[in-house]
Write a protein that binds this ligand. Structure first.
Ligand SMILES: [Zn+2]
Length: 91
């Protein structure tokens, strides 16, 4: 077993029950309650923001976004935005 996983389990507390289930992840924008369809990840080392399919795990510097906010997302000035488009889409 991954040691980090074991450590996390030992800190299991009542508050952890408020964690959202993977299947009901919503947009990370504060005022938005839409279902997340993609994950936006900041790659600080490369000043790059990557928008891709919804990730299976939550990672540091990544945010789930709904379809609407995926469309309208913008990166900080000087950053490059990279969008992974699902196969089959005509872009
Ligand atoms: Zn949203």
């Amino acid at each position: 077993m991954n040691p980090a996983y074991g450590a996390a389990r030992s800190f299991w507390a009542p508050g952890a029950l408020t964690l959202k289930r993977m299947t009901t992840r919503t947009c990370s924008r504060i005022t938005c309650h839409n279902v997340a369809v993609s994950t936006f990840t900041y790659v600080y080392a490369d000043s790059m923001a990557v928008l891709g399919p919804l990730s299976t795990q939550h990672e540091p510097h990544s945010y789930d976004l709904c379809a609407k906010h995926s469309e309208s997302l913008s990166a900080p000035q000087g950053w490059q935005v990279v969008r992974y488009v699902a196969v089959g889409n005509d872009f």
